[in-house]
Design a protein around this ligand. Structure first.
Ligand code: PLP
Length: 498
Protein backbone atom coordinates (compact mmCIF):
# COMPACT_ATOMS: atom_id res chain seq x y z
CA UNK A 1 0.00 0.00 0.00
CA UNK A 2 2.76 2.30 1.05
CA UNK A 3 4.81 1.43 -2.06
CA UNK A 4 1.90 2.04 -4.37
CA UNK A 5 1.28 5.39 -2.78
CA UNK A 6 4.84 6.48 -3.48
CA UNK A 7 4.66 5.16 -7.02
CA UNK A 8 1.61 7.34 -7.59
CA UNK A 9 3.35 10.29 -6.08
CA UNK A 10 6.31 9.87 -8.36
CA UNK A 11 4.09 9.62 -11.41
CA UNK A 12 2.00 12.56 -10.38
CA UNK A 13 5.04 14.67 -9.62
CA UNK A 14 6.45 13.87 -13.00
CA UNK A 15 3.27 15.05 -14.71
CA UNK A 16 2.29 18.14 -12.67
CA UNK A 17 5.16 18.87 -10.36
CA UNK A 18 2.69 19.33 -7.49
CA UNK A 19 2.30 17.16 -4.44
CA UNK A 20 0.23 14.05 -5.11
CA UNK A 21 -3.22 14.34 -3.46
CA UNK A 22 -2.51 11.26 -1.31
CA UNK A 23 0.78 12.73 -0.15
CA UNK A 24 -1.12 15.95 0.50
CA UNK A 25 -3.62 14.03 2.61
CA UNK A 26 -0.82 12.55 4.70
CA UNK A 27 0.86 15.89 5.37
CA UNK A 28 -2.44 17.73 5.80
CA UNK A 29 -3.34 15.33 8.62
CA UNK A 30 0.09 15.87 10.10
CA UNK A 31 -0.24 19.65 9.87
CA UNK A 32 -3.76 19.65 11.32
CA UNK A 33 -2.52 17.53 14.23
CA UNK A 34 0.32 19.97 14.67
CA UNK A 35 -2.14 22.91 14.70
CA UNK A 36 -4.41 21.25 17.26
CA UNK A 37 -1.39 20.51 19.50
CA UNK A 38 -0.14 24.05 19.01
CA UNK A 39 -3.45 25.49 20.12
CA UNK A 40 -3.48 23.20 23.17
CA UNK A 41 0.12 24.07 24.07
CA UNK A 42 0.32 27.65 22.92
CA UNK A 43 0.92 28.76 26.50
CA UNK A 44 4.11 26.73 26.72
CA UNK A 45 5.96 29.04 24.32
CA UNK A 46 7.37 32.41 25.39
CA UNK A 47 4.76 34.86 24.08
CA UNK A 48 7.35 37.32 22.88
CA UNK A 49 9.93 35.75 20.51
CA UNK A 50 13.16 35.40 22.43
CA UNK A 51 15.42 35.79 19.40
CA UNK A 52 18.02 38.38 18.54
CA UNK A 53 17.84 40.30 15.26
CA UNK A 54 19.28 38.16 12.47
CA UNK A 55 19.00 34.81 14.32
CA UNK A 56 16.36 33.39 12.00
CA UNK A 57 17.98 34.74 8.89
CA UNK A 58 21.33 33.18 9.83
CA UNK A 59 19.66 29.84 10.46
CA UNK A 60 18.30 29.78 6.90
CA UNK A 61 20.40 28.91 3.83
CA UNK A 62 21.56 31.96 1.90
CA UNK A 63 20.85 30.25 -1.43
CA UNK A 64 17.58 28.84 -2.73
CA UNK A 65 17.12 25.06 -2.96
CA UNK A 66 18.27 23.79 -6.34
CA UNK A 67 16.70 20.35 -5.92
CA UNK A 68 13.28 19.38 -4.51
CA UNK A 69 13.23 18.82 -0.76
CA UNK A 70 11.05 16.44 1.18
CA UNK A 71 8.06 17.76 3.09
CA UNK A 72 9.48 15.99 6.18
CA UNK A 73 12.60 18.12 6.12
CA UNK A 74 10.60 21.30 5.43
CA UNK A 75 8.32 20.63 8.41
CA UNK A 76 11.31 19.80 10.61
CA UNK A 77 12.82 23.19 9.73
CA UNK A 78 9.49 24.89 10.38
CA UNK A 79 9.71 23.62 13.97
CA UNK A 80 13.46 24.07 14.36
CA UNK A 81 14.07 27.41 12.64
CA UNK A 82 10.80 29.27 12.26
CA UNK A 83 8.96 28.52 15.50
CA UNK A 84 11.63 30.05 17.79
CA UNK A 85 11.19 33.35 15.97
CA UNK A 86 7.41 33.46 16.33
CA UNK A 87 5.74 35.95 18.65
CA UNK A 88 2.61 34.12 19.69
CA UNK A 89 -0.34 36.33 18.92
CA UNK A 90 -2.57 33.33 19.62
CA UNK A 91 -1.30 33.00 23.19
CA UNK A 92 -3.55 34.09 26.06
CA UNK A 93 -0.70 36.19 27.42
CA UNK A 94 -0.49 38.29 24.25
CA UNK A 95 -1.82 41.59 25.53
CA UNK A 96 0.18 43.99 23.36
CA UNK A 97 -1.08 46.41 20.66
CA UNK A 98 -4.57 45.02 20.02
CA UNK A 99 -4.55 41.32 20.72
CA UNK A 100 -6.46 39.08 18.36
CA UNK A 101 -7.31 35.41 17.87
CA UNK A 102 -6.95 32.90 15.09
CA UNK A 103 -10.04 30.98 16.24
CA UNK A 104 -10.77 27.38 15.23
CA UNK A 105 -13.45 28.20 12.64
CA UNK A 106 -11.32 31.07 11.36
CA UNK A 107 -8.31 28.80 10.80
CA UNK A 108 -10.51 26.25 9.02
CA UNK A 109 -11.92 28.99 6.82
CA UNK A 110 -8.37 30.04 5.86
CA UNK A 111 -7.47 26.46 4.98
CA UNK A 112 -10.50 26.02 2.74
CA UNK A 113 -9.96 29.38 1.12
CA UNK A 114 -6.36 28.40 0.26
CA UNK A 115 -7.60 25.10 -1.16
CA UNK A 116 -10.20 26.78 -3.36
CA UNK A 117 -7.72 29.49 -4.28
CA UNK A 118 -10.37 31.69 -5.88
CA UNK A 119 -9.71 35.26 -6.81
CA UNK A 120 -12.91 37.23 -6.26
CA UNK A 121 -12.04 40.19 -8.43
CA UNK A 122 -15.15 39.87 -10.61
CA UNK A 123 -18.45 38.29 -9.68
CA UNK A 124 -17.94 35.68 -12.37
CA UNK A 125 -14.43 34.79 -11.20
CA UNK A 126 -16.21 33.18 -8.29
CA UNK A 127 -19.86 34.11 -7.71
CA UNK A 128 -19.97 32.47 -4.28
CA UNK A 129 -17.03 34.51 -3.03
CA UNK A 130 -18.66 37.80 -4.04
CA UNK A 131 -22.13 36.91 -2.82
CA UNK A 132 -20.94 35.37 0.44
CA UNK A 133 -18.97 38.54 1.15
CA UNK A 134 -22.10 40.64 0.67
CA UNK A 135 -24.31 38.38 2.78
CA UNK A 136 -21.73 37.97 5.56
CA UNK A 137 -21.18 41.71 5.80
CA UNK A 138 -24.92 42.28 5.93
CA UNK A 139 -25.15 39.78 8.81
CA UNK A 140 -22.34 41.58 10.57
CA UNK A 141 -24.12 44.91 9.98
CA UNK A 142 -27.18 43.48 11.72
CA UNK A 143 -25.12 42.12 14.60
CA UNK A 144 -23.58 45.58 15.05
CA UNK A 145 -26.99 47.26 15.05
CA UNK A 146 -26.20 49.40 12.01
CA UNK A 147 -29.04 50.49 9.73
CA UNK A 148 -29.87 48.99 6.33
CA UNK A 149 -28.65 49.49 3.66
CA UNK A 150 -24.90 49.52 4.06
CA UNK A 151 -22.63 48.31 1.29
CA UNK A 152 -19.65 46.32 2.51
CA UNK A 153 -16.43 44.90 1.11
CA UNK A 154 -13.53 43.20 2.85
CA UNK A 155 -10.03 44.63 2.49
CA UNK A 156 -6.72 43.41 3.85
CA UNK A 157 -6.32 46.14 6.45
CA UNK A 158 -7.91 49.22 7.95
CA UNK A 159 -5.03 51.22 6.49
CA UNK A 160 -6.27 50.33 3.00
CA UNK A 161 -9.86 51.06 4.03
CA UNK A 162 -8.98 54.55 5.26
CA UNK A 163 -7.04 55.24 2.08
CA UNK A 164 -10.03 54.19 -0.02
CA UNK A 165 -12.44 56.24 2.12
CA UNK A 166 -10.38 59.39 1.73
CA UNK A 167 -9.90 58.74 -1.99
CA UNK A 168 -13.69 58.51 -2.32
CA UNK A 169 -14.08 61.69 -0.25
CA UNK A 170 -11.66 63.46 -2.58
CA UNK A 171 -13.54 62.13 -5.62
CA UNK A 172 -16.80 63.46 -4.19
CA UNK A 173 -15.47 67.00 -4.67
CA UNK A 174 -16.42 68.55 -8.04
CA UNK A 175 -12.73 68.83 -8.98
CA UNK A 176 -12.29 65.79 -11.27
CA UNK A 177 -9.05 64.90 -9.53
CA UNK A 178 -9.20 61.30 -10.63
CA UNK A 179 -9.03 62.47 -14.22
CA UNK A 180 -6.94 65.62 -14.04
CA UNK A 181 -4.81 65.16 -10.93
CA UNK A 182 -3.98 68.08 -8.66
CA UNK A 183 -0.50 69.25 -9.51
CA UNK A 184 -0.19 72.48 -11.44
CA UNK A 185 -3.92 73.25 -11.37
CA UNK A 186 -4.81 76.81 -10.43
CA UNK A 187 -8.46 75.79 -9.96
CA UNK A 188 -7.71 73.28 -7.19
CA UNK A 189 -7.43 74.79 -3.71
CA UNK A 190 -5.29 73.06 -1.10
CA UNK A 191 -7.33 70.23 0.37
CA UNK A 192 -7.67 69.61 4.06
CA UNK A 193 -9.03 66.80 6.19
CA UNK A 194 -9.22 66.45 9.93
CA UNK A 195 -8.62 63.84 12.59
CA UNK A 196 -7.78 63.97 16.26
CA UNK A 197 -4.24 63.93 17.58
CA UNK A 198 -4.98 60.39 18.68
CA UNK A 199 -5.97 59.08 15.23
CA UNK A 200 -4.00 56.17 13.76
CA UNK A 201 -0.97 56.84 11.56
CA UNK A 202 -2.79 55.23 8.62
CA UNK A 203 -4.86 58.44 8.47
CA UNK A 204 -1.66 60.44 7.88
CA UNK A 205 -0.41 57.88 5.39
CA UNK A 206 -3.56 58.16 3.28
CA UNK A 207 -2.86 61.87 2.80
CA UNK A 208 0.70 61.09 1.74
CA UNK A 209 -0.49 58.59 -0.86
CA UNK A 210 -3.33 60.78 -2.15
CA UNK A 211 -1.04 63.73 -2.84
CA UNK A 212 -2.77 65.83 -0.21
CA UNK A 213 0.37 65.85 1.88
CA UNK A 214 0.86 65.68 5.60
CA UNK A 215 0.07 69.39 5.83
CA UNK A 216 -3.33 68.57 4.39
CA UNK A 217 -4.19 66.70 7.58
CA UNK A 218 -5.03 69.04 10.44
CA UNK A 219 -4.83 67.34 13.81
CA UNK A 220 -7.51 68.40 16.25
CA UNK A 221 -6.90 68.54 19.98
CA UNK A 222 -8.54 66.17 22.43
CA UNK A 223 -10.31 66.56 25.76
CA UNK A 224 -9.12 65.12 29.06
CA UNK A 225 -10.38 61.69 27.94
CA UNK A 226 -8.44 61.74 24.63
CA UNK A 227 -11.59 62.35 22.54
CA UNK A 228 -11.63 64.79 19.65
CA UNK A 229 -12.75 68.26 20.75
CA UNK A 230 -15.68 68.91 18.40
CA UNK A 231 -15.67 72.68 19.07
CA UNK A 232 -12.01 72.85 18.04
CA UNK A 233 -12.84 70.87 14.91
CA UNK A 234 -15.49 73.35 13.83
CA UNK A 235 -13.22 76.30 14.57
CA UNK A 236 -10.40 74.72 12.54
CA UNK A 237 -12.73 74.19 9.58
CA UNK A 238 -13.85 77.82 9.70
CA UNK A 239 -10.27 79.09 9.95
CA UNK A 240 -9.20 76.94 7.04
CA UNK A 241 -12.08 78.06 4.83
CA UNK A 242 -11.22 81.69 5.61
CA UNK A 243 -7.57 80.98 4.73
CA UNK A 244 -8.45 79.45 1.35
CA UNK A 245 -8.20 75.73 2.14
CA UNK A 246 -10.88 73.35 0.93
CA UNK A 247 -11.94 71.07 3.81
CA UNK A 248 -13.26 67.78 2.46
CA UNK A 249 -13.30 65.06 5.14
CA UNK A 250 -13.13 64.23 8.83
CA UNK A 251 -11.88 60.96 10.31
CA UNK A 252 -13.48 60.12 13.66
CA UNK A 253 -12.15 57.20 15.67
CA UNK A 254 -14.10 54.72 17.76
CA UNK A 255 -11.38 53.14 19.85
CA UNK A 256 -8.15 55.07 19.28
CA UNK A 257 -4.91 53.13 19.10
CA UNK A 258 -3.28 54.42 22.29
CA UNK A 259 -6.15 54.73 24.75
CA UNK A 260 -9.23 53.37 22.88
CA UNK A 261 -10.99 56.71 23.37
CA UNK A 262 -14.18 57.28 21.42
CA UNK A 263 -14.53 60.51 19.48
CA UNK A 264 -17.93 62.25 19.83
CA UNK A 265 -19.17 60.93 16.49
CA UNK A 266 -22.73 62.38 16.68
CA UNK A 267 -21.32 65.89 17.13
CA UNK A 268 -18.68 65.33 14.46
CA UNK A 269 -21.35 64.00 12.09
CA UNK A 270 -23.41 67.16 12.63
CA UNK A 271 -20.38 69.30 11.77
CA UNK A 272 -19.70 67.23 8.65
CA UNK A 273 -23.32 67.63 7.59
CA UNK A 274 -23.14 71.42 8.19
CA UNK A 275 -20.02 71.88 6.07
CA UNK A 276 -20.65 69.16 3.50
CA UNK A 277 -17.66 67.04 4.56
CA UNK A 278 -17.20 63.30 4.16
CA UNK A 279 -17.24 61.49 7.49
CA UNK A 280 -15.03 58.42 7.78
CA UNK A 281 -15.30 56.46 11.02
CA UNK A 282 -12.33 54.35 12.04
CA UNK A 283 -13.69 51.56 14.21
CA UNK A 284 -10.80 49.24 13.37
CA UNK A 285 -10.53 48.18 16.99
CA UNK A 286 -13.63 49.46 18.79
CA UNK A 287 -16.21 48.71 16.11
CA UNK A 288 -16.39 44.99 16.85
CA UNK A 289 -17.48 45.65 20.43
CA UNK A 290 -20.96 46.62 19.21
CA UNK A 291 -21.84 42.96 18.60
CA UNK A 292 -22.50 43.04 22.35
CA UNK A 293 -25.81 44.94 22.61
CA UNK A 294 -24.53 46.52 25.84
CA UNK A 295 -21.64 48.05 23.87
CA UNK A 296 -23.72 49.38 20.97
CA UNK A 297 -23.47 52.89 22.34
CA UNK A 298 -19.82 52.91 21.24
CA UNK A 299 -20.92 53.13 17.58
CA UNK A 300 -23.36 56.00 18.20
CA UNK A 301 -23.26 58.38 15.25
CA UNK A 302 -21.41 55.94 12.98
CA UNK A 303 -24.68 55.29 11.14
CA UNK A 304 -24.24 58.83 9.79
CA UNK A 305 -20.70 58.16 8.54
CA UNK A 306 -20.11 57.94 4.79
CA UNK A 307 -17.58 55.18 5.36
CA UNK A 308 -16.83 53.02 8.38
CA UNK A 309 -14.14 50.41 8.96
CA UNK A 310 -14.14 47.55 11.45
CA UNK A 311 -11.39 44.94 11.72
CA UNK A 312 -12.59 41.40 12.51
CA UNK A 313 -8.86 40.58 12.54
CA UNK A 314 -8.55 42.66 15.68
CA UNK A 315 -11.43 41.79 17.94
CA UNK A 316 -13.70 39.38 16.14
CA UNK A 317 -11.54 36.27 16.39
CA UNK A 318 -10.63 36.23 12.70
CA UNK A 319 -7.11 35.35 11.55
CA UNK A 320 -5.20 38.23 9.94
CA UNK A 321 -6.22 39.63 7.49
CA UNK A 322 -9.83 40.80 7.39
CA UNK A 323 -10.90 44.44 7.53
CA UNK A 324 -14.50 45.37 6.80
CA UNK A 325 -15.22 48.55 4.85
CA UNK A 326 -18.82 49.80 4.95
CA UNK A 327 -20.18 52.68 2.96
CA UNK A 328 -23.50 54.42 2.50
CA UNK A 329 -22.17 55.75 -0.81
CA UNK A 330 -20.93 52.79 -2.85
CA UNK A 331 -21.45 54.74 -6.08
CA UNK A 332 -18.94 57.36 -5.01
CA UNK A 333 -16.40 54.75 -3.95
CA UNK A 334 -16.93 53.00 -7.27
CA UNK A 335 -16.55 56.26 -9.17
CA UNK A 336 -13.22 56.76 -7.43
CA UNK A 337 -11.84 53.31 -8.24
CA UNK A 338 -13.60 51.52 -11.07
CA UNK A 339 -11.38 51.11 -14.09
CA UNK A 340 -12.12 48.16 -16.33
CA UNK A 341 -9.56 47.04 -18.90
CA UNK A 342 -10.87 45.08 -21.87
CA UNK A 343 -9.86 41.70 -20.52
CA UNK A 344 -12.04 42.23 -17.44
CA UNK A 345 -14.99 43.75 -19.31
CA UNK A 346 -18.46 42.25 -18.84
CA UNK A 347 -19.45 40.15 -21.77
CA UNK A 348 -22.33 38.07 -20.42
CA UNK A 349 -25.81 39.52 -20.08
CA UNK A 350 -25.95 38.72 -16.35
CA UNK A 351 -22.86 40.80 -15.68
CA UNK A 352 -24.81 44.07 -15.57
CA UNK A 353 -26.75 42.84 -12.55
CA UNK A 354 -23.76 41.88 -10.46
CA UNK A 355 -21.28 43.53 -8.15
CA UNK A 356 -17.63 43.25 -9.07
CA UNK A 357 -15.66 43.82 -5.90
CA UNK A 358 -12.53 44.95 -7.75
CA UNK A 359 -14.43 48.22 -8.35
CA UNK A 360 -14.14 49.36 -4.71
CA UNK A 361 -10.41 49.70 -4.14
CA UNK A 362 -6.99 49.54 -5.74
CA UNK A 363 -6.44 45.77 -5.54
CA UNK A 364 -7.62 43.68 -8.43
CA UNK A 365 -6.89 40.33 -6.80
CA UNK A 366 -9.03 39.59 -3.78
CA UNK A 367 -8.66 36.73 -1.32
CA UNK A 368 -11.77 34.78 -0.30
CA UNK A 369 -11.74 36.36 3.16
CA UNK A 370 -15.47 36.19 3.74
CA UNK A 371 -15.30 32.40 4.06
CA UNK A 372 -13.53 32.53 7.42
CA UNK A 373 -15.69 35.40 8.67
CA UNK A 374 -18.87 33.54 7.64
CA UNK A 375 -17.69 30.45 9.51
CA UNK A 376 -16.93 32.50 12.60
CA UNK A 377 -20.30 34.28 12.59
CA UNK A 378 -22.06 30.91 12.25
CA UNK A 379 -19.91 28.97 14.68
CA UNK A 380 -20.18 31.47 17.53
CA UNK A 381 -23.54 32.96 16.58
CA UNK A 382 -24.42 36.48 17.66
CA UNK A 383 -24.92 35.31 21.23
CA UNK A 384 -21.51 33.65 21.39
CA UNK A 385 -19.64 36.61 19.93
CA UNK A 386 -21.41 39.03 22.24
CA UNK A 387 -20.58 36.85 25.25
CA UNK A 388 -16.85 36.83 24.40
CA UNK A 389 -16.71 40.60 23.88
CA UNK A 390 -18.67 41.07 27.10
CA UNK A 391 -16.19 38.91 29.01
CA UNK A 392 -13.19 40.80 27.61
CA UNK A 393 -14.74 44.09 28.63
CA UNK A 394 -15.39 42.65 32.11
CA UNK A 395 -11.74 41.56 32.39
CA UNK A 396 -10.54 44.97 31.23
CA UNK A 397 -12.73 46.71 33.81
CA UNK A 398 -11.51 44.30 36.51
CA UNK A 399 -7.87 45.01 35.74
CA UNK A 400 -8.60 48.74 35.67
CA UNK A 401 -10.18 48.45 39.12
CA UNK A 402 -7.11 46.68 40.54
CA UNK A 403 -4.94 49.49 39.16
CA UNK A 404 -7.22 52.15 40.64
CA UNK A 405 -7.22 50.46 44.05
CA UNK A 406 -3.44 50.02 44.17
CA UNK A 407 -1.33 52.67 45.90
CA UNK A 408 1.58 51.78 43.59
CA UNK A 409 -0.05 51.94 40.17
CA UNK A 410 -2.15 54.51 38.39
CA UNK A 411 -4.48 54.49 35.41
CA UNK A 412 -3.51 56.83 32.64
CA UNK A 413 -6.76 56.92 30.64
CA UNK A 414 -10.40 55.83 30.86
CA UNK A 415 -11.15 52.24 29.83
CA UNK A 416 -14.23 52.25 27.58
CA UNK A 417 -13.46 48.81 26.11
CA UNK A 418 -11.03 46.14 27.35
CA UNK A 419 -7.69 47.94 26.95
CA UNK A 420 -6.16 49.39 30.09
CA UNK A 421 -3.54 52.18 30.04
CA UNK A 422 -1.61 52.37 33.30
CA UNK A 423 1.79 52.79 34.87
CA UNK A 424 3.58 51.98 38.07
CA UNK A 425 3.76 55.00 40.32
CA UNK A 426 5.08 54.11 43.76
CA UNK A 427 4.02 56.54 46.44
CA UNK A 428 7.63 57.43 47.19
CA UNK A 429 8.52 58.39 43.63
CA UNK A 430 7.49 61.54 41.82
CA UNK A 431 10.42 62.22 39.55
CA UNK A 432 9.15 61.79 35.98
CA UNK A 433 12.50 60.64 34.60
CA UNK A 434 12.74 57.90 37.21
CA UNK A 435 9.13 56.89 36.62
CA UNK A 436 9.78 56.61 32.90
CA UNK A 437 12.80 54.37 33.42
CA UNK A 438 11.01 52.32 36.04
CA UNK A 439 8.02 51.63 33.81
CA UNK A 440 10.12 50.82 30.79
CA UNK A 441 12.14 48.36 32.86
CA UNK A 442 9.00 46.75 34.28
CA UNK A 443 7.51 46.26 30.82
CA UNK A 444 10.75 44.85 29.41
CA UNK A 445 11.03 42.44 32.32
CA UNK A 446 7.45 41.25 31.88
CA UNK A 447 8.10 40.68 28.19
CA UNK A 448 11.42 38.93 28.78
CA UNK A 449 9.83 36.59 31.35
CA UNK A 450 7.77 35.15 28.49
CA UNK A 451 4.32 34.68 30.03
CA UNK A 452 2.93 37.97 28.80
CA UNK A 453 3.60 40.48 26.08
CA UNK A 454 2.68 44.11 26.79
CA UNK A 455 3.19 47.19 24.64
CA UNK A 456 3.29 50.85 25.55
CA UNK A 457 2.33 54.35 24.52
CA UNK A 458 3.06 57.85 25.77
CA UNK A 459 0.23 59.84 27.30
CA UNK A 460 0.87 63.49 28.17
CA UNK A 461 4.54 62.62 27.60
CA UNK A 462 4.47 59.83 30.20
CA UNK A 463 5.50 56.26 29.46
CA UNK A 464 2.32 54.18 29.73
CA UNK A 465 1.90 50.41 29.63
CA UNK A 466 -1.10 48.93 27.85
CA UNK A 467 -2.94 45.70 28.56
CA UNK A 468 -5.21 44.90 25.59
CA UNK A 469 -7.55 42.01 26.30
CA UNK A 470 -9.04 40.58 23.14
CA UNK A 471 -7.83 37.01 22.75
CA UNK A 472 -10.41 34.26 23.18
CA UNK A 473 -8.01 32.26 25.32
CA UNK A 474 -7.30 35.02 27.85
CA UNK A 475 -9.09 34.26 31.11
CA UNK A 476 -9.41 35.93 34.49
CA UNK A 477 -6.70 33.60 35.75
CA UNK A 478 -4.21 35.04 33.22
CA UNK A 479 -5.10 38.59 34.17
CA UNK A 480 -4.63 37.77 37.86
CA UNK A 481 -1.22 36.23 37.13
CA UNK A 482 -0.17 39.29 35.18
CA UNK A 483 -1.24 41.58 38.01
CA UNK A 484 0.76 39.47 40.45
CA UNK A 485 3.81 39.49 38.17
CA UNK A 486 3.67 43.28 37.77
CA UNK A 487 3.62 43.76 41.51
CA UNK A 488 6.50 41.34 42.09
CA UNK A 489 8.63 43.03 39.43
CA UNK A 490 7.78 46.47 40.78
CA UNK A 491 8.83 45.41 44.29
CA UNK A 492 12.20 44.10 43.07
CA UNK A 493 12.81 47.19 40.93
CA UNK A 494 12.05 49.52 43.83
CA UNK A 495 14.29 47.44 46.12
CA UNK A 496 17.11 47.66 43.54
CA UNK A 497 16.80 51.45 43.46
CA UNK A 498 17.25 51.71 47.23
N1 PLP B 1 -7.05 52.27 13.04
C1 PLP B 1 -6.84 52.05 14.34
C2 PLP B 1 -7.65 52.77 15.36
C3 PLP B 1 -5.86 51.13 14.74
O1 PLP B 1 -5.63 50.92 16.04
C4 PLP B 1 -5.12 50.44 13.76
C5 PLP B 1 -4.10 49.46 14.15
O2 PLP B 1 -3.92 49.12 15.28
C6 PLP B 1 -5.38 50.72 12.42
C7 PLP B 1 -6.35 51.65 12.10
C8 PLP B 1 -4.63 50.04 11.33
O3 PLP B 1 -5.05 48.73 11.22
P1 PLP B 1 -4.52 47.76 10.06
O4 PLP B 1 -3.36 47.04 10.63
O5 PLP B 1 -5.67 46.87 9.76
O6 PLP B 1 -4.14 48.61 8.91
Amino acid sequence: MQERQYLDTAQQSASTGDMHPEEFRTYAHQVVDWIADYLINVESYPVFAQTAPGDIRRALPAHPPAEPESMESILVDFERVIMPGITHWNAPGFLAYFSNTGSGPGILGEVLSAALNVNAMLWRTSPAATELEQVTLDWLRQMLGLPYPLFGVINDTASSGTLYALAAAREALPLHIRQQGMAGRADVPRLRYYASQEAHSSVDKAGIVLGIGQEGLRKIGVDSEFRMDAAQLEQAIQEDIAAGWQPFAVVATTGTTSTTSIDPVPQIAAICERYGLWLHADGAYGGSAAVDPEMRWTLAGCERADTLIINPHKWLFTPVDCSVFYTRKPDVVKAAFSLVPEYLRNTASTDDEVTNLMDYGTSLGRRFRSLKLWMILRYFGHVGLAARIHEHVRLGQLFARWVDESPNFERMAPTPFSTVCFRAHPQSMDDETRLETLNERIMNRVNAAGHFFLSHTKLHGKFTMRVAIGNLRTTEQHIRELWQELQTILATEVALEQ
